[in-house]
Design a protein around this ligand. Structure first.
Ligand SMILES: Nc1ncnc2c1ncn2[C@@H]1O[C@H](COP(=O)(O)OP(=O)(O)O)[C@@H](O)[C@H]1O
Ligand SMILES: [Mg+2]
Length: 487
């Protein structure tokens, strides 16, 4: 049956407003508790304000109701919109639309949520909580994933898995007898309400719901598509290269997504080599917590985890014919990862905390549209050298700023570095990652390099063979080498 988009938009706006009401109410409660206990009201907010790092975790707030002062007003508006009478006139029978907007129902929901909330996994040690998650998921979903095959006669040619754990996308790869298997999913999710309207919309769109931490959500590619359909912003389990500290269920969501993508290990402790960002040079992000979380996760799935620098993964997959000498750069959603090598030996590796998300965020502000929609415009195919409309033009402006920024950061670091980055011969610079795939990217880089001196003799600036899977293939290469060499 065709979906009436206008009707769905209306329903969605209402659901969205109710979300905001609940959030506003929750925030008031939290602030009251904070004020009581530490006398700080929303004092903790600044410290945890993601926008302090340039990327708001929940842009949704901007489009919804701010704070709680509009609570009654919005309820009235919702009632008017749905033609529901004010409470004193309300009949006692419970129609579906009434249930949707009744203040009592909202408060009831809040109380239920507060009382029924499972003990927070957040405070449990990472190892314990991930093990608990794995058990939970095995009970609920796919027991096969951790049932390790006992066949020890698998050829080492086929052993090893590569996993690109990216801020925007997860890419798993392995070699099978029929060739290379690559599985991709968006590293995204979206909490959804469990009311009849939302369930109906999801089932019409054929989008499965998951329950994570007691809350309904859609995950992966579905979350991205659902968000786009309603011009919403997806939630992320990772932010700027590492586990997102602003999402309570980040670890659980990542665990679920990775588990659904990975194959059953072919032997106990088959190596799974995963990408790890380098520490950023322009932001105080520590990668060790994130590393520990991913390692624990993979161990729980029966794999032997092996971390590999993301830029080095690009070197491994793209610079084989250059004796692994040159510069590998991964331009992802959250970061730019740079690795400079000589004969596979790392001379320098670092990251810059700016990526596609930064472009989306600033272009979305200029265009007054959701950053998820900006991603879609970017990914549908455009050239930053020949933008064709206002949306593309705004994206192109921020893209060029982004390119100039990371090249300047690279030049600064390489000049300050005490490492000896002196190549006898000019070397290749290879770009990988989704953000390098926009039309005109390499040409824009080449133009900037006419005025920015990286301090490295450059032979060729080029794009990876398949930029999107390059990091994962580099990880796979490393996993295969380690498997063949018995680690
Ligand atoms: N064809 C494309 N053109 C431009 N940008 C793209 C394209 N495909 C993906 N992207 C962007 O690349 C980023 C994701 O790249 P990816 O390498 O998957 O990042 P990560 O490894 O951080 O998850 C996102 O910002 C996405 O919008
Ligand atoms: Mg990636």
């Amino acid at each position: 049956m065709p979906i009436n988009k206008n009707k769905l938009d209306d329903i969605d706006k209402i659901i969205y407003d109710i979300h905001k009401l609940l959030d506003a109410e929750k925030e008031r409660e939290i602030n009251a508790i904070m004020a009581e206990n530490v006398g700080g009201g929303a004092a903790g907010k600044t410290e945890h304000d993601p926008s302090a790092q340039g990327i708001p975790a929940q842009d949704n707030v901007e489009k919804g109701l701010e704070g709680g002062s509009d609570y009654k007003e919005t309820l009235k508006r919702l009632r008017r919109k749905l033609n529901v009478p004010e409470p004193e006139e309300a009949p006692s029978s419970q129609g579906e639309s009434e249930a949707l907007v009744s203040e009592d129902v909202l408060i009831d929901e809040l109380l239920k949520e507060k009382q029924g909330r499972a003990p927070s996994r957040r405070n449990a040690p990472v190892v314990d909580s991930i093990k608990a998650l794995a058990d939970e998921q095995v009970r609920e979903e796919q027991p096969q994933v951790i049932q390790v095959s006992q066949d020890k006669n698998v050829s080492t040619n086929f052993l090893g898995v590569g996993l690109d754990v990216g801020t925007s996308n997860l890419v798993a790869s392995r070699i099978t007898q029929s060739g290379q298997d690559i599985v991709v999913n968006r590293n995204a999710f979206l909490n959804v309400r469990e009311d009849a309207s939302t369930i109906d919309i999801l089932s019409r769109l054929n989008i499965p719901r998951q329950v994570v931490g007691g809350k309904s959500c859609v995950i992966g590619k579905d979350a991205f598509e659902f968000s786009n359909f309603f011009d919403r912003i997806t939630q992320r389990s990772m932010n700027i290269g590492v586990i997102n500290p602003f999402e309570r269920e980040a670890i659980h969501i990542l665990n679920l997504l990775v588990q659904k993508m990975l194959w059953q290990p072919q032997i106990p402790n088959e190596i799974c080599c995963f990408s790890l960002p380098a520490s950023p040079v322009d932001n105080a992000i520590d990668i060790n917590y994130h590393k520990n979380v991913v390692e624990t996760m993979l161990s729980c799935f029966g794999y032997e985890p092996m971390a590999l620098n993301e830029g080095y993964a690009v070197v491994l997959s793209e610079l084989k014919d250059r004796k692994f000498t040159g510069v590998g750069i991964s331009c992802g959603g959250g970061m730019v990862n740079v690795c400079i090598t000589y004969m596979a030996v790392v001379i320098a590796e670092f990251s810059i905390a700016r990526g596609g998300d930064w472009i989306d965020l600033f272009a979305s502000k200029a265009l007054d549209m959701s950053s998820t929609k900006v991603s879609l415009v970017k990914e549908r195919g455009m050239s930053i050298l020949k933008p064709e409309d206002r949306e593309q033009e705004s994206i192109a402006i921020y893209y060029k700023q982004y390119i100039r920024y990371f090249l300047e950061q690279m030049a600064r670091i390489l000049k300050e570095s005490d490492k000896n980055v002196q190549f006898e011969e000019p070397v290749d610079i290879v770009f990988a990652g989704g953000s390098s795939m926009v039309g005109g990217f390499i040409e824009a880089v080449r133009r900037e390099l006419k005025t920015i001196d990286l301090g490295i003799p450059i032979n060729e600036v080029r794009l990876a063979e398949d930029p999107f899977t390059s990091v994962s293939r580099g990880c796979l290469f490393n996993a295969q080498m380690a498997s063949k060499n018995g680690k």
